[in-house]
Design a protein around this ligand. Sequence first.
Ligand SMILES: Cc1ncc(COP(=O)(O)O)c(C=O)c1O
Length: 447
Amino acid sequence: MPGSTARERLQEALEDARRRYIQNNKISETLHKEATNTLPGGNTRTVLHADPFPIYMRSGNGYQVTSEDGQTFTDFTCEFTAALYGHSRPELQAAVTHVLQDVGMNIGGTTRQEGVFARELCRRFDLERVRFANSGTEANLHALAAARLFTGKRKVVAFSGGYHGGVLGFAGGKPAANNVDMEDWIVTPFNDLDSATTAIQSQGVAAVLVEGMQGAGGCILAKPDFLKAVQRAAYESTETKDIQAGVLFILDEVMTSRLSGGGLAHIHGLKPDLKTFGKWLGGGLAFGAFGGRADIMATFDPRLSSSVSHSGTFNNNTLVTHAGYTGMTQVYTSRNADLFTAQGDRFRGRLNEVTRGTKLCFTGMGTVMAVHTPEDGTREILRGGGIEESNDLRDLFWFAMVEEGFWIARRGLMSLIWGTPETELERFVGAVERFVLEHGEHVAVAS
Ligand SMILES: Cc1ncc(COP(=O)(O)O)c(C=O)c1O
C-alpha cells in the first residue's frame, strides 16, 4: 500500500498468510472450538498452541504427518526430537506387536528386558548405573534429588534460556512461575564462563544442570569451552573439599543424546557425574532415564538401609523396554547417529547458504535446529533472548512453510526423522529460497 511503512507491509503479509491458513484448515478450526469446552484454550500441551488455532493432526506415516484437513506434511517437528524413528518404523511395530502378543503389558514385576535395555544404555552413554522414568522432566527431577541427597545441599545452578521439563524452565533468566523449588535456583547467563564458575562455587550448591545445546531455548549451542569450564568448576569444588560437599555436574542429554553414538558428552569429551535422557530413547513411547556414577546412583539402591525410594508405575513397562532397546540396536545405532548428524549439518549449512545476508538463520547441531530472525542479521547467537528478533517474520515463515507442506514447530524448532528422503530436504531448501525471494523486503537487514 502506498505510504505504508515496512513494518505495516510485513503485518499485511502476515494477515494474508493467516487468512489463507484459516481458509485451508476449517476442520481444525471446528475441532479447536469444540476442544475449548473441555481443555483450557483447547490445549493440553502448551507448546502446541498456535494462533489463530492449531492444525489438528490425524495420522503419521514414515516421515510424514497428515492433518484432519487432509494436508500431508513432511514432518520437521519430529515430536520435538522424540519422533526420530518416524511414525511407523517396521522394527518398532514388530517390537510393540511382540510385547502385545507374547509378553503382555503391565506385568507388575521385574523383567529380564529392563536389564537388557539398561546394559545397552550404560554401554552407549558411558554410565555406571542407570534408572528409568517416564519423561525427561522426571529424569531431571530424580537426578536433582540424587544430587541433593548425595551432597546434603539444596541449591542448583541453571542457565538462562534453559529448559529441563514442564516444571524446570528458565526462559528470561529466571525460574518459570510454575517451577519446583523456587527458592533453590541460581540462574546465570548461558555461555558466560566467569559467571558460571562464580555461581557453581558459591555456598550451598548441590549441582549444576546444563544443556549442551539449549533446545527449547532456540537450539543455542554451548561453546565447548563453556561446558569444560562448568565441568571444571564443579569438579574443583569436589576436589578441594570433602566429596560430600562437592558440586555435581549434570548434563541434560534429553535432546542431544541423538547427536552422536554417545550423545553430546561424547562429542566434547565431557565426563558428567550424571546425565539425563528421554525423547527418542523410548522408541517412540514415553520415557526418561538418568544415570552416571555408581556411588551417586546408590542413593536409590534398595538393598542399602540409607537408600531412598525412586518409584514409578511405568518405569520398567514392557512396551518401552522392548521398543527402546530395538530402536537403539536395530535402527539408530551409534554409527547411524554419527551419519545422521553429518547429514543434518550439511542440511543446516545449505539453509544458511540460501539465507545468507538476511534476517533468517538456522542454529543448532546435526539434525536438531531452529530458525531465528535476528533484526541485525547476526549469525552468532550465544544466548536465547540476547538479541532482538522479529516475531512477525518468524510467524510469516511458519505460515509459509506450512502452506508448502512442511510441519515445523511454531516457535521455530526443526528436527529430522531418520529416513527422511534427501529430496525432501532439498525441497525445503527450495521453499526457503523462494521465501527469501518473495519476501525480500521483510528479510532484508536494515543498513
Ligand atoms: C533438554 C530437555 N530436557 C528435558 C525436557 C523434558 O522432557 P519431557 O518433555 O519428556 O518431560 C525437554 C523437553 O523438551 C528438553 O528439551
